[in-house]
Design a protein around this ligand. Structure first.
Ligand code: GLC
Length: 520
């Protein structure tokens, strides 16, 4: 069984969000359960290919105004050993910024649409030529590869049925060159990581740019637009999303982002498989990126990581001040705007009741991430106003991220919606107790008063009251708090659990409904 993952991101070479982490961890976990997987992404301008093997060059991808050429590189993922293919093309893939043209990862404009339509076309062409070797399943991810799902489904439909005479003369030479393995159809799995980001664009414009004379569009219009997320949903053999709760939520208007009817029509083909995390990489007992390693058995070392953070950020260094962490894309989805009003009452220094002279805050907060300017500014402003209790860093910082997971007592994830969420799983593994809204993957992984503090409504007031409950537990019921923290650390979010479910899906008969399809 050989599976090719197609995606826009891959940790560590092209990471924006959780999608990148999943593209690294899932193929590696599949290897452990006997499935061979490889990944293909665009060769963005910042990816250095000077020491990577070029498999093919000058492969023609026909577009309306002439042919574009691509090269294909094959490397190996440094950490997991999984084969990584990179598709290079100067005009659409390998110049300009990457992966996206906009910091929030939400589809910005024409260039992004063209980039990923072209990527899909190029990958379909390369597959047809057998450039990736034999492939049984193409696993597409998010809107960027929705067109690929359509193109492959159309290619599959064009193929001669299995019992047809393989030696019969080929009528259309171009077609046969494109389909060297006549009888083998490739199964297409499409995973929704984030339904809010769909990739819609004017259909006529895309047709004018992409279609070769006489060719009809492989995409379906909705109004004047194509919708590339909808393409993936409409055409894949199986649709998955990254938690069971989210797979039910997206059938409702509140979470369906306008695609709930389409999703409902494919309900029997839709299943939720909870993401996991790479347990070897995120392991507080062996993590080289954290100041002091620890495990459930020697949890006593964990607080030293908090002291390190406090010292590092110029906070008051004291093990009894609770520290809250947040590591996130800073977008509307993540409920970042709820944070400033919710934490106001906890950040201002208050006079210690004991001393009378020392100033002590109720809590300390560390924020790390990047995204929409208004959210970045709001968190930076908080840090400027309360420098002794709030620290904000805009950007990516892997070592700091690990130090925050290791050193924080609590981890904030007040998401409006959350297909899976990885941060809460990593936090739990590092004994940082999550405070989350009950939605999607958060609702499937965090349980109130047992592995975290959960609130229901999208409001700063409800977030504040969950933080308040967490603080009361921390200060007034330390044994209870230790118990919650231990239960967090005992959870099993190893990606291998998900890998087994994907393996079942890859092997499923084309018409068999997946295990939990159509629930809810
Ligand atoms: C997206 C989702 C997040 C999920 C990740 C990986 O970033 O927002 O919930 O964990 O994809 O599937």
């Amino acid at each position: 069984m050989r599976v090719l993952f197609a995606a826009s991101e891959l940790t560590p070479i092209a990471k924006v969000g959780g999608l990148a982490d999943v593209m690294a961890a899932l193929p590696a976990a599949l290897k452990r359960v006997g499935v061979e997987a490889a990944v293909v992404i665009p060769r963005y301008s910042f990816i250095n290919v000077s020491r990577i093997k070029r498999l093919a060059s000058s492969i023609a991808v026909p577009l309306a105004r002439g042919v574009e050429h691509v090269s294909l590189y094959r490397g190996t993922h440094a950490k997991t050993g999984v084969p990584v293919f990179l598709v290079e093309n100067d005009r659409y893939l390998s110049s300009g910024p990457g992966p996206y043209f906009n910091a929030t990862a939400f589809v910005g404009g024409r260039k992004e649409i063209q980039r990923f339509t072209f990527f899909s076309k190029a990958v379909a062409e390369l597959l047809a030529r057998g450039a990736f070797g034999s492939v049984d399943v193409v696993h597409c991810n998010d809107w960027h590869t929705g067109p690929l799902a359509s193109l492959l489904t159309r290619m599959n439909a064009d193929k001669t049925p299995i019992n047809a005479d393989k030696d019969a003369p080929r009528k259309n030479p171009r077609k046969s060159a494109l389909h060297p393995r006549k009888s083998a159809t490739t199964k297409v799995v499409f995973t929704i990581h984030n339904l809010a980001n769909q990739g819609r664009w004017n259909a006529a414009e895309i047709d004018r740019w992409m279609l070769v004379k006489g060719e009809s569009s492989p995409f379906a219009k909705s109004g004047a637009d194509y919708n590339f997320m909808a393409e993936g949903i409409r055409s894949a053999d199986w649709i998955t999303t990254v938690s069971e709760s989210y797979s039910r939520e997206i059938l409702t208007p509140q979470y369906g982002e306008g695609l709930e009817k389409l999703l409902a029509s494919r309900r029997k083909r839709l299943t939720g498989i909870l993401n996991g995390i790479d347990y070897a990489f995120f392991d507080p007992a062996h993590d080289p990126l954290i100041p002091n390693r620890f495990s459930i058995k020697d949890i006593g070392w964990k607080p030293l990581n908090k002291l390190w953070l406090q010292h590092h950020f110029g906070f008051r260094v004291a093990s009894d001040i609770p520290l809250f962490g947040l590591i996130s894309r800073l977008t509307e989805q993540k409920g970042i705007d709820l944070i400033p009003p919710a934490i106001k009452e906890y950040v201002s220094p208050v006079k210690s009741r004991r001393g009378g002279t020392t100033w002590q805050a109720a809590a300390q907060f560390v924020f790390l991430g990047q995204g929409a300017p208004e959210h970045e500014q709001a968190l930076v402003a908080l840090a400027q106003k309360y420098p002794s209790t709030v620290f904000t860093k805009i950007g990516f910082d892997e070592p700091l991220a690990h130090a925050i997971y290791a050193g924080s007592d609590f981890f904030l994830m007040p998401s409006r919606f959350e297909p899976s969420g990885l941060g809460q799983m990593i936090a739990m593994r590092y004994g940082s107790v999550p405070i989350v809204r009950a939605t999607g993957g958060l609702a499937d992984t965090v349980f109130d008063n047992s592995t975290g503090f959960v609130f229901l409504k999208e409001s700063a007031k409800d977030l504040a009251s969950a933080i308040g409950r967490a603080l009361v537990c921390y200060r007034e019921a330390p044994l209870r708090f230790s118990d919650i923290r231990r239960q967090c650390m005992e959870q099993d979010f190893d990606f291998v659990n998900a890998a087994k479910q994907y393996r079942d899906l890859y092997y499923a008969r084309p018409n068999a409904p997946p295990r939990n399809a159509g629930r809810g």
